[in-house]
Design a protein around this ligand. Structure first.
Ligand code: ATP
Length: 488
């Protein structure tokens, strides 16, 4: 199947050109963990920059934040993750492979979010027709059981002060925990958002598909706080903004769509949820989630208000989380510590939250897949990445045509000058055609070549990646020519 070949092509290009490596490869590799190489880290940084620019820099109503990965255990108790963040799994009785129930074949609900344990067990899923993805046996599974997705770790060196902690499974909770801090230290007024990019960790039951689903990954999340009653409007607003972001960065429209969640697949905190899906060249169905946009209502802030009230029990029970139940919510929760006072309306309330939550690694994979192209040029195969300029790891390649007649010196000078403005790459080795091909494969949009004519009239060749068209530009106007084209 051509499509599967395409993911293989991406994986091999990523390895060959230093975009992405398997983690700990020299020791045989660590499953589901990946390292970004010299080109990959530039790509990933550019994805993050593009997100931050659209979601924070260009808006007057969003501020940024960078929280620690380790947080107080009460955060996860209050958010519901300590008790409910689990995937429902079954084990194949024949080969002992564990699979997420919602990933079993013939199940069209590929994207069901992590299920609240109680409700999932209450409605036992029908498994008699399901196929084990490993050995192919049908309906031969154990009873579904919950599998905790958070990674545990220990904090503290001494036995009596050591605490069990979790690596965060989402960045969002750090934002809720800082809601008060941001309100008290900035001039934000509702509606406003707090944005964060950072690592998250989930002990996923099954990984696979390269960087699509890994156990350590990066998220870009926005919590947008608004007045209850305006939430549905903001939900639509953010759906539109986020969809346009992917299109604006070059993803082909026909490969993107929305999928609205049905009521029975909503996460425990959500009133409604829509996924931006991309047509990836793998998986049981092609369409896979890139980003989830959820209406989280006032759930999280109210839960953290309960968490704050529970802190006395935390001390009384000597921090033993197994003995602690969240304190009930008081009648007047609307004026609790995480409420907002609207001065103009003279009204206090707990805000609603709209959350667009994107995966940076997943987006990077979508941008790679979408940009990948092969074509035949004069009887030879040309591999290229047609990246949007903002995402291209290297913006400009600089070459002397040959290594004599002073061409390397002029090319070096141009390189030294250009690299102050753009990420550039200098190369003087091998045939010029091969140097162009290497940059095509890295997705570099422009290559500058110093040739014989440069010595006469101070012009250079600028070659465009996509069309391979070459134009002559004076060395004096190179910078403005590239600024204009690259829009950086
Ligand atoms: P799934 O159902 O695929 O496990 P989810 O619905 O639980 O995903 P969210 O909790 O909504 O995912 O996370 C928001 C975004 O974070 C996802 O859209 C995805 O881009 C990214 N993400 C989540 N889990 C992973 C993972 N294991 N590896 C890479 N990216 C992830």
């Amino acid at each position: 199947m051509a499509k599967i070949t395409k993911l293989d092509d991406i994986v091999s290009l990523c390895k060959r050109r230093g975009f992405i490596f398997q983690s700990s490869e020299i020791y045989g590799g660590l499953a589901s963990c990946y390292d970004y190489g010299p080109l990959g880290v530039e790509l990933k940084n550019n994805v993050k920059k593009a997100w931050w620019k659209t979601v924070v820099q260009m808006r007057d109503d969003v501020v940024g934040l960078d929280c620690s990965i380790l947080m107080h255990p009460m955060v996860w108790k209050a958010s519901g993750h300590a008790d409910k963040f689990a995937d429902l799994i079954v084990e194949c009785k024949k080969c002992n492979t564990r699979t997420r129930v919602d990933h079993l074949k013939d199940h069209c609900e590929e994207h069901t979010a992590h299920i609240a344990i109680d409700s999932a067990l209450a409605s036992a899923p029908e498994l008699s027709n399901k196929v084990c993805p490993n050995c192919g046996s049908v309906g031969n599974f154990t009873e579904p059981m919950p599998f905790q997705l958070m990674f545990e770790t220990q904090m503290g060196a001494n036995v009596d002060d050591a605490m069990t902690m979790y690596l965060r499974p989402e960045t969002a909770q750090g934002i809720f925990a800082n809601f008060r801090n941001v309100l008290d230290t900035t001039r934000v007024k509702i509606p406003f958002g707090i944005a964060q990019i950072g690592k998250s960790f989930r002990n996923e039951v099954t990984t696979k598909a390269f960087i699509f689903r890994t156990r350590e990954f990066e998220q870009a999340e926005l919590e947008f706080f608004c007045e209850p009653g305006t939430d549905e409007e903001w939900f639509e607003h953010w759906k539109k903004c986020r969809f346009e972001w992917y299109i604006g960065l070059g993803l082909k429209k026909e490969n993107l769509r929305f999928r609205q969640h049905d009521a029975d697949e909503l996460a425990h905190y959500a009133k409604s949820c829509a996924d931006v899906e991309y047509k990836f060249p793998f998986g049981s169905g092609d369409w896979q989630e890139l980003e989830g946009i959820a209406n989280r209502t006032d759930y999280d802030l109210r839960q953290h208000q309960r968490g704050i009230r529970t802190m006395t029990k935390w001390y009384e029970n000597n921090r033993d989380m197994t003995k602690i139940e969240l304190t009930d919510e008081p009648q007047d929760y609307q004026s609790g510590p995480l409420s907002y006072f609207d001065i103009e309306k003279k009204k206090r309330y707990v805000p609603y939250v709209i959350e667009p939550s994107a995966g940076i690694d997943r987006s990077a994979l979508a941008f790679l897949v979408d940009a990948y192209d092969e074509e035949e040029v004069r009887g030879e195969k040309r591999n290229l990445l047609r990246f949007h300029h903002a995402l291209a790891p290297i913006k400009v390649g600089v070459f002397p045509l040959v290594k004599r007649d002073g061409m390397p010196e002029i090319a070096r000078n141009i390189y030294e000058d250009m690299k102050k403005h753009f990420n550039c790459f200098y190369d003087e080795k091998g045939a010029i055609g091969r140097r162009y091909r290497r940059q095509d494969e890295a997705g570099t949009p422009f290559c500058i070549t110093v040739d014989g004519q440069t010595l006469e009239d101070k012009t250079v060749t600028v070659r465009k990646r996509d069309s391979m068209e070459q134009v002559r530009v004076t060395t004096d106007s190179l910078k403005s020519f590239l600024y204009d084209k690259l829009e950086v």
